[in-house]
Ligand binder design. Structure first.
Ligand code: PLP
Length: 375
């Protein structure tokens, strides 16, 4: 059987977890947490990063930091994971869903301005499959209307927009280390802060509303309850696991990129005949090999491909049912049709892509089945 995803282990994870245990500090903000945060800050140039227990948590911190209140509007693509919206809904925001491009699942930056009202507080671009949104256009709108940009960079580790790391462009950003992402800690996330004004408050919210981080650094002689917050920081077990993965990031990204290209090159002929559509990487974007997807003619063709692969013991999946028509939000949505989001909902298939997948699995097992189906 070829699974859709398989967690990758570098072999050092348990070693570092044992080391953390031996040091006698397994709660949050210990040596491994600080190593991971320093890694992100130094390698990618964030002002400050904080490890979190998930990307969803990091997005919740963003919603608090952006001071989202009841009635504020937040612009979010409809074609995304539920966390992108729910983190803001918890603060009372009204979500204004934006459509995708017709040939790229990312938010259509040319259509965002028409969604901005005096109540708009933030825009949340999602870099789908680790491929950058048009950040020049989005940041220009943020400047013009004084909005906060929060990048949902859950899938976008070590990927770039015109050479600048994703997650370092907006005011705030959120990454995921969920088992299905390129770099994993089982569950885990990271808050990226690029705007100085959020740094101090972020640390407090991270530590249950206390100034404990400051206290540990010796900057104050007692710690107190000073703000709202939650227990957003992960334990050192998570951070130690993550550290092992980060040490191997170059090899992980290279392998995933190679696999992605085997799919892409292997499907070019079918795409030229118009039987399948391939992902488009805009000129300003890099590709971190997070997801390889194709889109098909319609829902029947998509379901047929998934079933055909399943019968051959290959697990492919679809995802993201447009959030504007979800059972939870449909009655709050303003009724605008979002046809491109629905198009990806109905036609997109993700093919297996994980570190231990062999190139031969793709060339001798997966591609021949797709080729036969559309011969
Ligand atoms: C995976 C993902 C999330 C959620 O990440 P968690 O770490 O599981 O909370 C949010 N947004 C997008 C776009 C994702 O792909």
């Amino acid at each position: 059987m070829i699974p859709f995803n398989k967690p990758y282990l570098t072999g050092k994870e348990t070693h570092y977890i044992e080391e953390a245990a031996r040091m006698g500090k397994l709660s949050g903000n210990g040596m491994f947490t600080q190593k991971c945060q320093a890694y992100f800050e130094n390698k990618y140039g964030f002002k400050k990063t904080l490890l979190t227990t998930s990307c969803t948590d990091a997005l919740e911190m963003c919603a608090i930091l952006a001071d989202i209140k009841a009635g504020d509007e937040v612009i979010v693509p409809s074609y995304t994971f539920v966390s992108t919206a729910v983190a803001f809904v918890r603060q009372g925001a009204k979500i204004i869903f934006a459509d995708s491009y017709s040939d790229n699942p990312n938010i259509n930056a040319d259509a965002v301005e028409s969604l901005i009202t005096p109540r708009t507080k933030a825009i949340v671009p999602v870099h789908y499959a680790g491929v950058a949104c048009d950040m020049d256009k989005i940041m220009a709108l943020a400047d013009k209307y004084n909005l906060i940009v929060i990048e949902d960079a859950a899938q976008a580790i070590d990927s770039y927009h015109k050479g600048k790391p994703l997650g370092t462009i907006g005011h705030l950003s959120a990454f995921s280390f969920h088992e299905t992402k390129n770099i994993s800690a089982g569950e885990g996330g990271l808050l990226g802060i690029n705007d100085e004004r959020f740094v101090e408050r972020a640390e407090i919210i991270w530590e249950k509303g206390t100034n404990r981080a400051e206290f540990f650094r010796g900057e104050t002689n007692k710690y107190n309850w000073v703000d709202i917050g939650s227990s957003f920081l992960p334990s050192e077990v998570t951070a130690a696991f993550l550290w092992a993965q980060l040490e191997n990031i170059a090899a992980i990204q290279a392998k995933r990129f190679a696999l992605w290209n085997v799919y892409y090159n292997g499907l070019k002929d079918l795409a030229a005949k118009g039987r399948v559509r391939l992902p488009q990487i805009p000129y300003f974007a890099s590709n971190n090999g997070h997801i390889f997807y194709i889109t098909l003619e319609n829902l029947e063709e998509r379901d047929n491909l998934i079933t055909t692969l399943k019968n051959a013991n290959i697990h492919a999946v679809f995802h993201y049912i447009s959030l504007h028509s979800s059972p939870f939000y449909i009655s709050y949505h303003d009724g605008r049709a979002l046809p491109n989001s629905d198009y990806f909902t109905n036609t997109l298939v993700r093919l297996p892509l994980f570190f231990d997948l062999e190139i031969e699995d793709i060339t001798t097992k997966i591609l021949p089945i797709i080729g036969q189906l559309y011969a």
